[in-house]
Design a protein around this ligand. Structure first.
Ligand code: FES
Ligand code: FES
Length: 158
């Protein structure tokens, strides 16, 4: 089967690929494009490890078809740092030791980026609510919340 031809934009770059009609965007990113930052934790929209931003909206890429990326703008974890320069959220996750196994971390970072783009000064409650779709079995969440608070302060001062 030839597949579906898709033209899209990923992290600012024009990208074209062929995928099967039933292939998820997560599988396309990981298996066809080599963008393995988004992880498959559940495959059913429950864990947030596969989070990406599509046209400014946070989505679970395991619930989106690769074909649905046609004409859209996709942001993945691979686009967060600029060369050696980490995004403030990445830097603060490191400083606060807000990750252990790290499987969930790309999803948390993308969800936090989306949150701060929409609400640059979130309260702790708003951060917890904004990250409610992301599960982590390791950190207990407090370090993640503090990292996001700290990054928000840095970004406001930037
Ligand atoms: S892998 Fe997509 S939400 Fe868990
Ligand atoms: S750091 Fe292990 S699941 Fe989050």
């Amino acid at each position: 089967m030839a597949g579906v031809a898709v033209s899209t934009t990923i992290n600012g770059d024009a990208v074209e690929y062929l995928c099967q009609p039933d292939e998820t965007l997560l599988d396309v990113l990981r298996d066809r494009l080599g963008l393995t930052g988004a992880k498959e934790g559940c495959g059913t929209g429950d864990c947030g490890a596969c989070s990406v931003i599509v046209d400014g909206r946070l989505v679970c890429s395991c619930l989106v078809l690769g074909a649905e990326a046609e004409g859209r703008k996709i942001e993945t974890i691979e686009g967060m740092a600029h060369g050696d320069q980490l995004h403030p959220l990445q830097q603060k996750f490191l400083e606060h030791a807000a990750l252990q196994c790290g499987i969930c971390t790309p999803g948390f970072l993308i969800a936090a980026k989306d949150l701060l783009a929409k609400n640059p000064s979130p309260t702790e409650e708003e951060i917890r609510f904004g990250l409610a779709g992301n599960l982590c079995r390791c950190t207990g969440y407090d370090k993640i919340v503090r990292a996001v608070q700290d990054a928000a302060n840095v970004m406001k001062g930037a």
